[in-house]
Design a protein. Structure first.
Lengths: 439, 417
């Protein structure tokens, strides 16, 4: 029929018109503006309000930022410089406080000639986690990571080299015990040796051994006591230690909570619910006030270690709940498939269940880590100098910086933001990288 | 057909305790129990020996001793002659007060921001994203300290409101004065008050009880009216008009009661250097409330956004295909499904608010930690009892909230057949 058009109808266009440009309102900036900012009455009102808010914020804050002074020795000098440069009544930030107290914000009261030690510990930390995070690296490097805790301890606190060595030796003792038990061929001996020998070593032999070796061959690094710690060195020490320790503990607790064994399950549930039900501050108080009651008379160990233990327990309970969610989200078929392959419990968990469950739980785990890192600021309430309140109060206590509030808050907040935002972006990247299903 | 013979009856060997799955779980549980008991016994033994060495005993008798310290912010009667137990009670009420205020404010703010974050508007979307990321990634302690610094450093002193040309002025129709020492708000008072009744621990205002009773009654009557309307609709197909009846039932009795009681709000007035009349809310409470609200609102916004995006678009289209109007679609189809996703994490945010309210320590607000875990602990030197009691109270609050959450979860759970 279309062939006969020209005969049946008076006029029919036989050639296509050349393609014209789209109307101005449908391309480029105008289209974008219409669609995104002014698509309706409500939307237009929102846009106007939003622009007003931005303008108001910029007007209020920008001059303050721009008038900032970086070189001054006190707040009064700062204000003088601002008044001279920008006229009487101008407001401006006094970034000089950050510049002058930079070391204090980062290191607290750590001896200044030893600053290289925490820096080196942090650098080595990245070297140690690299083989864990990136599976392409040679597996042998993991042995280096295994020794990292002892190295970090020596670098941060110093003291006798033999203390961390004898603590690490506990693992060696356990391993030797396992090998020896395998040799004898007795079936029950292996697990007992692995559990019991290191415990016995740590409880009774580690201390005397370190002391003896110390007397024989004194190996000392200059000691730094815990009350010298402060600022971001303290935050990172507590944060990283608790993050590293709480993940395995959280996995164990999550498995315990989903266990068929009534007693194991009850203990896990009790522990998790108790920890999740109380504020972190009460646990920190327990660390600072009550641990002396719970430990054998005369024991007195380091406050930072006590805080690390409590923060670890706290984070582990939350991580356990996150991983429990991951375990529950896994289809039952996966568990049954593992069973039907004849894998035992630990093999099934290690090879089939946990890799998938942990993958599902990555966002939750990372947000728990972020929460943990933010919570390291609470250690101020047991007398440790965190960067947020401890150090800023110490800075304000000096007569030249009395009354400087916003600059330290903005500086410390920005650093926390960078760390946490980075962590959350990394978790998003990891989630995308590990995604196996097709969408 | 092969004959099936019984498995060879092996005699029990010790190694079966660990290698035979029939016995292994029992072995493990017994070992765990033994370890747990040993650990607990070790802790208790240490505690007893440490207490003995310090010459202390384990008793809660200190709760009935005179406290001897003042509390600046209190909901019920308290003086420094009251007992430590009563101070603890005041602290608990203060904790609940700031937690409740923050829950309400954070929910309102969080829902607004969460909904705005879904808006197609580019500027609003960016602004709310910045808000959420900023508040989620920075410790709450910083926000509380910033709020406190604003209240104590930026706001004018009460005497700035004085004179013919004051440098500061009151806000909200001259009813609220923000000063650097306290926030003065109007005090609700009654000319013909019904008085108070003493329930042992504290006084309850009969006016408040009357108001609660009237509101409850109105809501119940209104619900009956709506049920009746639904019944009529089911029978005849026509829904009677109820909106004006609802408004009458809900508002008139309350207004009548308030007029009868002579309700009025006494405004704060500047006399001398200070505001008199009205209620003075301490700045520590205001700062804690503001900090908790701003911080938690960011989390609630994300929860709300996730909940609304979780309802698939097909649900909306199905509702439209059935001929439902947009607002009925929202209330009957989308909201019930979104709420099922939103409410559990929302309640766990309420739990977080309650626990984070213990950061009152940073601004000197006298909450449970400030009274029982602060001054009482330091005065009596009973760390063990005070911290344990404090943990138990927080634990009880948490368990109550999670019990409420479980009840809700069960009621909205997908009913599968």
């Amino acid at each position: 029929m279309s062939d006969t058009h020209s005969e049946t109808v008076a006029y029919v266009r036989e050639t296509m018109l050349p393609q014209g440009a789209p109307p101005a309102s449908e391309v480029g900036v105008i289209k974008w503006l219409r669609e995104n900012l002014f698509s309706g009455v409500l939307n237009t009102i929102l846009t106007v309000l939003g622009i007003a808010a931005v303008v108001w914020l910029v007007q209020a804050a920008l001059p303050w930022f721009l008038h900032g002074v970086w070189n001054a020795n006190s707040l009064t000098e700062c204000r003088q410089i601002i008044a001279e440069t920008w006229g009487e009544g101008a407001h401006g930030a006094c970034w000089a406080v950050i510049r002058e107290r930079w070391n204090q914000f980062l290191f607290g009261f750590y001896p200044s000639d030893l600053y290289w030690r925490p820096v080196l510990a942090l650098a080595l930390f990245f070297a140690a986690v690299a083989p864990v995070l990136f599976t392409e690296m040679p597996r042998k490097l993991l042995w280096g990571s295994a020794f990292y805790p002892a190295i970090a301890y020596i670098l941060l606190w110093g003291g006798s080299l033999w203390v961390p060595i004898s603590v690490m030796a506990g693992f060696g003792v356990g391993w030797l015990g396992l090998v020896a038990a395998r040799r004898t061929g007795l079936p029950l001996l292996g697990p007992v040796a692995v559990l019991l020998l290191p415990l016995l070593w740590w409880l009774f032999l580690a201390g005397p051994a370190a002391e003896m070796l110390d007397r024989a061959i004194p190996l000392w690094v200059e000691e730094v006591r815990s009350d010298k710690f402060g600022g971001f060195v303290l935050s990172l020490t507590i944060g990283i230690a608790a993050i590293v320790l709480s993940l395995p503990l959280g996995i164990v607790l999550a498995l315990g909570r989903r266990s068929d064994m009534l007693l194991v399950k009850a203990l896990s549930v009790g522990f998790i619910e108790f920890i999740r039900g109380v504020p972190l501050i009460t646990l920190l108080f327990t660390a600072s006030l009550l641990l002396n009651y719970f430990l054998p008379p005369g024991t007195n160990f380091d406050i930072i270690l006590r805080v690390i233990i409590m923060v670890t327990l706290f984070a582990a309970a939350y991580i356990a709940e996150v991983i429990r969610g991951g375990l529950a989200a896994l289809p039952r078929g996966q568990y049954e498939a593992a069973d039907s392959l004849g894998l035992d419990y630990w093999k099934a968990m290690q090879l089939i269940v946990l890799p998938q469950a942990l993958k599902i739980s990555i966002p939750g785990i990372v947000s728990t880590f972020i929460g943990l890192f933010k919570d390291t600021t609470l250690v101020i309430f047991v007398g440790l100098l965190d960067p947020l309140k401890g150090i800023t109060d110490a800075v304000r206590a000096a007569i030249e910086w009395k009354g400087v509030y916003w600059e330290p808050f903005i500086f410390v907040g920005a650093i926390f933001f960078i760390f946490n935002f980075g962590m959350s972006r990394y978790s998003m990247y990891l989630e995308r990288k590990l995604q196996r299903d097709h969408r | 057909m092969a004959t099936v013979s019984d498995a060879p009856k092996a005699s029990f060997r010790l190694s079966m305790l660990i290698y035979d799955t029939r016995y292994r779980s029992i072995t493990i549980q017994i070992v765990v129990l033994m370890l747990f008991m040993a650990g607990a016994a070790w802790l208790v033994d240490n505690t007893v020996r440490n207490l003995a060495a310090l010459g202390k005993d384990f008793s809660f008798a200190f709760l009935w001793n005179r406290a001897g310290y003042d509390i600046n912010q209190m909901l019920v009667e308290y003086s420094n002659d009251s007992t430590h137990g009563r101070a603890m009670f005041i602290g608990l009420l203060n904790t609940l007060l700031v937690a409740f205020m923050s829950c309400v404010a954070a929910t309102v703010l969080g829902v607004i921001i969460g909904v705005l974050r879904l808006s197609p508007n580019w500027i609003i979307g960016r602004l709310t994203t910045v808000y959420v990321e900023m508040f989620r990634n920075i410790p709450i302690l910083l926000w509380i300290l910033v709020a406190y610094a604003i209240f104590t450093e930026v706001l004018p002193a009460p005497n700035a409101f004085r004179g013919d040309n004051p440098t500061a002025s009151m806000i909200l129709f001259d009813s609220v004065a923000l000063t650097n020492r306290y926030t003065a708000i109007p005090d609700p008072l009654f000319y013909r008050s019904l008085g108070n009744i003493d329930v042992g621990l504290f006084l309850i205002s009969l006016d408040l009880l009357a108001i609660i009773a009237v509101i409850t009654g109105s809501v119940l009557v209104n619900r009956k009216l709506l049920a009746h309307a639904t019944a009529v609709q089911n029978a005849t197909g026509v829904r009677p008009v109820t909106w004006w009846k609802s408004i009458l039932i809900l508002i008139v009795p309350l207004v009548v009661l308030l007029v009868a009681l002579g309700f009025h709000a006494e405004r704060p007035v500047l006399r001398g250097f200070n505001f008199t009349g009205g209620l003075d809310v301490s700045n520590s409470l205001m700062a804690l409330w503001l900090g908790l609200t701003l911080y938690t609102a960011a989390f609630i916004a994300e929860i709300v956004r996730a909940g609304i995006s979780a309802v698939s678009h097909g649900q909306t289209e199905a509702a439209f295909a059935l001929g439902l109007r947009p607002n009925r679609t929202m209330s009957l189809v989308i909201l019930p499904q979104a709420l099922r996703v939103i409410v559990p994490p929302l309640i766990s945010q309420y739990l977080n608010i309650t626990k984070n309210s213990s950061l009152a320590i940073a601004v000197g607000y006298m909450d449970l930690r400030g009274t029982l875990g602060g001054i009482t602990l330091n005065q009596t030197g009973r760390e063990l009892e005070a911290v344990l009691l404090m943990m138990l109270i927080y634990l009880a609050i948490s368990l109550l909230i999670s019990a409420a959450m479980n009840v809700y979860n069960n009621s909205v759970k997908l009913k599968e057949r």
